[in-house]
Ligand binder design. Structure first.
Ligand code: NAP
Ligand code: NAG
Ligand code: NAG
Length: 293
């Protein structure tokens, strides 16, 4: 059984990867030209890289995160790269009024919106769950409820433009891994909410696409700092990851799996051999390097 799985699942994973990765339609950067796009968590990491790609594609950009000084620099760079326009609004998604503030800013500036890219996450620790329920509650506010709030505020504009919602999630939103219980919970919540909403949109003939991005380990500063002592795999490049997210959103795909083979194989194994997958994950971690807090 074990050997069969080892041979069979990568093959099926590959088939799935090809399915999710290769678009039947061709992506062209012109698809984004002149579009009005919000990117959250755009001051660093994958969000920052998405802003630069979108700038080169000549979009109108509204960026958000907490750190104003970083956003200022990213906006400047976006203008150099060719953005049709670029501005930012700074604030924390822990603040329950902030999601609406961001969407209102788009409404006041553009009077509409074509793409909403939800990407930010609040800080969480990488360690055994410490029992802090308050932290889980706060992280749900930042990583999940603010996504719901932004979506609901932006929906009238997205309906009008037949626009797109792009939700950045993780393999940890499909598969349980150790040391990230609060984070994983917020990412699973995104799948539940947005997959349900997608169904309702189809029933209601609401032509707004929802793309859920299932990402593996990406070489952003914060991720490498948090996990590189335990996860030995080579992280995938954030620049390519950012482009794949934009591409899947523009093509109105249901899900992106990136890196394709790893993400697709893990999602598949979760369905057919969860205990086997769990042991593979545990064995790939250097658990001895986790210092219990
Ligand atoms: N990197 C990976 O290995 C990996 C793997 C799977 C999934 N992902 C997903 O990819 C997305 C981006 O990850 P990343 O690695 O690029 O993260 P990152 O570099 O740490 O960026 C996080 C962004 O969120 C902002 N942010 C943090 N706390 C916030 C708050 N309270 N309110 C509003 N904004 C806040 C940060 O800016 P400020 O600090 O200025 O607010 C920053 O712009 C996330 O959804 C993550 O779950 C990443
Ligand atoms: C995609 O591009 C290829 C080569 O550029 C072309 O042959 C094909 O017809 C295109 N497909 C669509 C759906 O436009
Ligand atoms: C939905 O919107 C997209 C983008 O505007 C468009 O290409 C597509 O034809 C629309 N589909 C329907 C069924 O109206």
């Amino acid at each position: 059984m074990g050997l069969l799985l080892k041979i069979f699942t990568p093959l099926l994973g590959l088939a799935l990867a090809v399915y999710f990765y290769s678009a039947p339609e061709n992506f062209s950067e012109e698809m984004l030209r002149g579009k009005r796009v919000i990117v959250t968590g755009a001051s660093s990491g994958i969000g920052e890289q998405m802003a630069y790609h979108l700038a080169r594609m000549e979009t109108h950009l509204l960026l958000t995160a907490r750190t104003e000084a970083k956003l200022q620099k990213v906006v400047e760079r976006c203008l150099e790269l060719g953005a049709a326009s670029a501005r930012y609004v700074s604030g924390s998604m822990e603040d329950t009024t902030f999601p609406e503030v961001v969407v209102k800013e788009a409404e006041n500036t553009w009077g509409g919106l074509d793409m909403l890219i939800l990407n930010h996450i609040g800080f969480s620790y990488f360690n055994y769950f410490n029992g802090d329920v308050g932290h889980v509650r706060k992280l749900l506010e930042t990583n999940f409820l603010s996504y719901v709030a932004m979506t609901m505020s932006a929906l009238p504009m997205l309906k009008e433009s037949e626009g797109s919602i792009v939700v950045v999630s993780s393999i940890a939103g499909k598969v349980g891994s150790p040391f990230i219980a609060p984070y994983s919970a917020t990412k699973f919540a995104l799948d539940g909410f947005f997959s349900s909403l997608r169904q309702e949109f189809i029933i209601d003939k609401v032509n707004v696409s929802i793309t859920l991005c299932i990402l593996g380990y990406i070489n952003t500063e914060s991720a490498v700092r948090a996990v590189s002592h335990v996860i030995q795999d080579k992280p995938a490049p954030k620049e390519e990851c950012a482009l794949e997210i934009i591409r899947s959103g523009a093509l109105r795909r249901r899900e992106l799996h990136y890196p394709a083979l790893v993400a697709s194989s893990m999602v598949l194994l979760r369905g057919i051999a969860p205990d086997f997958l769990d042991s593979l994950v545990r064995n790939s971690y250097k658990v001895e390097n986790i210092q219990r807090a």
